[in-house]
Ligand binder design. Structure first.
Ligand SMILES: Cc1ncc(COP(=O)(O)O)c(C=O)c1O
Length: 418
């Protein structure tokens, strides 16, 4: 009834499947199932303590009304200092704009630079909301694979080809540290990327929510490369570093005129980020760095634990992630043996393998076809639950009759679409 009224964009809108699996996991839990939840990229830790206290105090102090669309001046100044001190980015408050999380900047970046028909290079597997934001502008996504052979780092030859051969090349999306693979671009990668993009008409969206989760080397931002500020929007968030995903607190760093335009976009859509949230964020960056670093070290240990456990499972191989709190095992041999897609395998673990227990994770194809044959686990549960999740996986895939029964009632998960 409603469909004919809808725009083509609305009819084709895709979303982050992690939220669907989250909803299903919660439903199963509410019905009494013991679900080990490794499906969504969230922190199991409480919001860092000064942020929590400052947010509560700000509510009580009446910081509950509109704030400037660009963000509170003190917060913008503090954020500029953070990226200056930690990532060597020559930013002042004029380069910073605040929004509810990192995600809104995907849309604002596309609105800044893209016209219908423009081409955007995205490395795949890719964060699922890049596509709808590219499509919102009538632009199109061109993909280049990230491979384990290249440590899931961006392939600069693909960027070169895109800039040289694609007549409507307009933007590149980079996400480092990378969700879901854990790949991290090196300083040399970013120097190479900057050398390719400088002097072209191609802009860069640098998605950096995991900037404090680099386990090999350190975090580098392309914004620190000479001449990149004018063509780059880098997005950051408090969701991961300070366990503040539900507060919705993020910011972008870019050239001052671009930041101002993004401020207008915030104004014309969201009005502002809530001031009490910004005051919580300000307390986090002023007082919670040590707590943050302890939490990051805990994630690093969890990632190492999960990798070690998964490496003991037959037909599963896993590269040590260079960053993020995800582990992205290659389960292609397992999927081939069972005749199931990797997302089918994920759904089997959640719904099909056992009545009383389940493990929630994502198939790599939730991040585009290049993710097929991989699973993404987050590390959002206590260590003993991580061990139990892997033991559950190892056992569940031996019960081939149960897999067959699951596939019989869910034929969409058969490998090859049979
Ligand atoms: C690559 C990537 N970009 C953006 C986001 C969104 O971050 P936020 O929840 O702070 O908006 C996430 C969150 O998982 C992410 O993994």
């Amino acid at each position: 009834m409603i469909t004919p009224l809808l725009s083509a964009f609305a009819r084709g809108l895709t979303t982050e499947i992690a939220f669907d699996v989250l909803a299903l996991a919660k439903r199963l839990k509410a019905a009494g199932k013991d679900v080990i939840e490794l499906q969504i990229g969230d922190s199991p830790y409480p919001t860092s303590s000064s942020a929590l206290a400052a947010g509560k105090a700000a509510l009580d102090a009446g910081h509950t009304r509109y704030a400037p669309s660009m963000g509170l001046p003190d917060f913008r100044a503090g954020l500029a200092k953070l990226v200056r001190d930690e990532f060597g980015i020559a930013a002042g408050p004029e380069n910073v704009v605040v929004a509810p999380g990192a995600k809104p900047f995907e849309q604002f970046f596309c609105e800044l630079f893209l016209e219908p028909g423009d081409a955007v290079l995205v490395f795949e597997p890719a964060f699922p909301t890049y596509l709808p934001n590219v499509l919102r502008r009538g632009a199109r996504m061109v993909t280049a694979p990230l491979t384990p052979e290249n440590e899931f780092r961006p392939d600069l030859a693909a960027v070169e080809r895109f800039v040289r051969d694609e007549p409507r090349a307009k933007a590149v999306f980079l996400n480092s540290p990378h969700n879901p693979t854990g790949g991290v671009a090196t300083k040399a990668d970013l120097e190479g990327l900057a050398a390719i993009l400088r002097g072209t008409g191609v802009a860069l969206f640098s998605d950096e929510p995991y900037c404090h989760m680099v386990w090999r080397g350190r975090h580098h931002s392309p914004l620190a490369e000479p001449g990149m500020m004018e063509r780059t929007v880098a997005a950051y968030t408090f969701s991961k570093s300070y366990s503040m995903s539900g507060w919705r607190c993020g910011f972008a760093v870019t050239a001052a005129p671009l930041a101002e335009l993004i401020g207008k976009m915030v104004n014309s859509t969201l009005s502002c980020a809530p001031p009490f949230v910004q005051l919580a964020g300000l307390a986090a960056i002023e007082k919670d760095a040590a707590e943050r670093d302890r939490t990051m070290a805990a994630f690093r240990a969890k990632v190492a634990l999960l990798v070690a456990e998964l490496r003991r499972v037959p037909d599963v191989s896993v590269a040590e992630p260079a960053g993020t709190f995800y582990v992205f095992p290659d389960v292609r041999p397992l999927c081939r043996r069972l005749g199931i897609t990797s997302h089918g395998l994920a759904m089997y673990l959640l719904e099909g393998a056992d009545e009383k227990r389940g493990v929630a994770c994502l198939g790599g194809e939730c991040f585009g076809p290049a993710g097929q044959g991989f699973l993404r686990f987050s590390t959002a549960e206590p260590d003993d639950r991580l061990r139990e999740a892997v033991a559950f996986l190892a056992d569940a895939v031996t019960r081939t009759e149960r897999v067959a029964a699951f596939l019989a009632s869910n034929p969409q998960y058969r490998a090859g679409g049979r």
